[in-house]
Design a protein around this ligand. Structure first.
Ligand SMILES: *Cc1c(COP(=O)(O)O)cnc(C)c1O
Length: 380
């Protein structure tokens, strides 16, 4: 099946008892058994629930994996991956990553004796020297948040081939419409389904997709034992969101490119970070690895002033000033004061998350209305 068909049909069968075309929301914690231990395959909804199961099958289908798992948040999904590891194990992670992932790694898991090294993956050959016999996981995000740096997923998975090291990719920013890390050799794909998969800013959810059934089973055991599952109603919302993922992502990408070009030509703008621009330092990699460039665009001001970024953000009307991303509506964010405030100031400076950096999640509205909104905010 092709992607446009998978988003509609993957894991989503007519319900057998009534023929219901949509997957019902199974609001139940437990399931009747015929005789002790003889049941329909469902016993207790922490282990499995039919609505969540449909979503999990859909996730596996759209990411070309063997097993999907749905969690109560993106962070609960990441937490599950880290619990594959043992004290003393080492993780090599991208340095420009989601603030909440960084916070979990450093503030929660370091105390369980996991060791994290944060590095720039621009030059994958530099990573080799960091690998030790304790390295068990490589954590990637591409494009990164908020600077839209890319990591060559295939180069990383080839580097660790034959070694006992898992490669996990947070694919939230790209979505499976744009890139499928498992096809590039990754072992685990993670999503904050809160973002593009859900797509309507109405649910917090997370996802993991495992390359093979054995790894999927290990992750399912951790999910079952730790309990961070997604509820049936939220599972339904994400499933519903996925049906329009292909349509939405194409519009997000078309609008994103238009806005990135507009910003690049604007006299008040200094740098624009968008993989679809020829000026992006890894544009060639974007062409190889990504089908489209998505809806996330970041930029800085020529003045370099924090006040300019703040007053610009205050004036936007069509764009909403809010954290999060990936919904149908356009959002604007000030990473240093909002999404990335949990990263220490000196670390932010080192990464290039300056105080005049603005991140846009370009929605699926009319592009002319979006550009007019930006233009007005620049003018005043
Ligand atoms: C939002 C986000 C997360 C965390 O997901 P939640 O659903 O908020 O827990 C992780 N990674 C990226 C890239 C995100 O944007």
């Amino acid at each position: 099946m092709n992607f446009n068909t998978k988003v509609i049909h993957g894991g989503q069968h007519h319900e057998s008892a009534t023929g219901s075309v949509n997957v019902p929301v199974f609001l139940t914690s437990t399931f009747a058994q015929k005789s002790p231990g003889i049941h329909s395959g469902y016993e207790y909804s922490r282990a499995a629930n039919p609505t969540r199961q449909a979503l999990e099958d859909s996730l596996a289908s759209i990411e070309n994996g063997a097993r999907g798992l749905a969690f109560g948040s993106g962070l609960a999904a990441i937490d599950c991956v880290l619990k594959l590891l043992n004290p003393g194990d080492e993780v090599i992670s991208v340095d420009d990553l989601y603030g909440g992932s960084y916070r979990m790694f450093v503030r929660l898991f370091e105390k369980y004796q996991l060791k994290f090294t944060f590095v720039n993956f621009d030059d994958v050959s530099k990573i080799e020297s960091l690998i030790t016999d304790k390295t068990k996981l490589i954590w990637l995000e591409t494009p990164t948040n908020p600077l839209m740096k890319l990591v060559d997923i295939k180069a990383v998975t080839e580097l660790v081939k034959g070694k006992d090291i898992l490669v996990a990719v947070d694919n939230t920013f790209a979505s499976p419409y744009i890139q499928n890390p498992i096809d590039l050799g990754a072992d685990i794909v993670m999503h904050s389904a809160t973002k593009y998969l859900g797509g309507h800013s109405d649910v917090i959810a997370g996802a993991l997709i495992a390359k093979d059934a054995e790894l999927g089973e290990k992750l399912h055991f951790i999910q079952f034992a730790s309990g961070g599952i997604l509820g049936p109603h939220d599972s339904y919302l994400v499933l519903r969101g996925i049906k329009t993922l292909a349509l939405r992502m194409q519009r997000h990408s078309d609008n994103g490119l238009e806005i990135a070009k507009y910003l690049e030509n604007h006299p008040a703008v200094d740098q624009v970070f968008y993989p679809g621009l020829k000026s992006h330092p890894q544009h060639d990699l974007a062409l190889r690895q990504m089908r489209e460039s998505g809806g996330m665009v970041s930029f800085t001001f020529k003045s370099g002033k924090k006040e300019d970024a703040i007053s610009f953000l205050e004036k936007l009307k069509v764009f909403t000033l809010a954290e999060s991303l990936g919904g149908v509506e356009s959002l604007a964010n000030h990473p240093a004061l909002m999404t990335h405030a949990s990263i220490p100031a000196e670390k932010r400076a080192e990464l290039g998350i300056t105080d005049d950096l603005v991140r846009l999640s370009v929605g699926i509205e009319d592009k002319d209305d979006l550009i007019a909104d930006l233009e007005k905010a620049f003018k005043s």
